[in-house]
Ligand binder design. Structure first.
Ligand code: GSH
Length: 239
């Protein structure tokens, strides 16, 4: 049976799982579960993940939740090339160290973008309170500084931790950065303009995974247009 991936390409970890399948020629079917329509909260989806979070996979009846577990499982079960999740103990531990930090580190950039842009401009919900947005902005800055200053070592190699080829962490981390496209241009520049190693790494990641990188971001142009229109309307209303 074809592997089923349940989720919405608007979600960073869903994009990571789908990209991994595309790049590694893993036959799969994306079963769309709309985030904006709250389809993840419906009983059908909660039957496969009571936590109502995506992605979820169904591999011939084997249901698995949590993006990191899914990626590790796919890398092992599909015998993906070693660089994704190296067998050598210390190399694997280094990748694990990045993966384990994902949720408390770079994934913490998501709430800033969600509270400030996605809620009011895409979901039609109130913008988060200023103090909360400020708190998330600090977390986002700290996480991005860590990547720029410690995780990227271009003198050793173009991928995270100076690797010559990408690991699972490169996909997961990079897709948190692509969310910055939902911010106003000047803010995108603020977060990425001064982080030259990060900018270069993102270019390498995008090029390495072409054309699949574009494919998993195919919803972006429409979403960005919607957000920009809503932003203009909010400014006009406030004027
Ligand atoms: N720890 C989970 C987190 C997944 C997650 O946060 N997914 C978001 C989309 S990016 C989601 O399903 N949100 C739905 C909700 O919170 O209602 C993983 O890594 O798979």
């Amino acid at each position: 049976m074809t592997l089923k991936v349940y989720g919405d390409l608007q979600s960073q970890p869903v994009r990571a799982v789908v990209l991994f399948c595309l790049v590694n020629n893993i036959r799969h079917e994306l079963v769309n579960v709309s985030l904006i329509k709250n389809e993840n909260k419906l009983p059908g989806f909660k039957a496969i993940n009571p936590a109502a979070k995506m992605p979820v996979i169904d591999d011939d009846g084997f249901i698995l939740t949590e993006s990191l577990a899914i990626l590790r499982y796919l890398a092992a079960s599909r015998h993906a090339p070693d660089h994704w999740y190296p067998a050598e103990v210390k190399s694997r531990a280094r990748v694990d160290s990045l993966l384990d930090s994902y949720h408390t580190n770079i994934r913490q950039t998501a709430p800033y973008i969600k509270q400030k842009e996605l809620l009011p401009c895409l979901w039609g919900l109130p913008r988060g309170p200023d103090a909360l947005i400020k708190f998330h902005e600090t977390n986002m800055t700290t996480a991005m500084d860590l990547v720029e200053e410690y995780y990227l070592k271009p003198e050793e190699g173009p991928f995270l931790l100076g690797a010559s080829q990408p690991s699972l962490a490169d996909i997961l981390f990079a897709f948190e950065y692509t969310q910055t496209q939902f911010l106003p241009r000047e803010e995108q520049e603020k977060f990425l303009g001064s982080r030259s190693k990060t900018k270069k790494w993102l270019e390498v990641v995008e090029k390495s995974f072409a054309p699949h990188f574009g494919e998993v971001h195919k919803k972006f142009p429409d979403l960005i247009k919607k957000i920009e229109m809503a932003r203009r309307d909010h400014v006009a209303e406030g004027a």
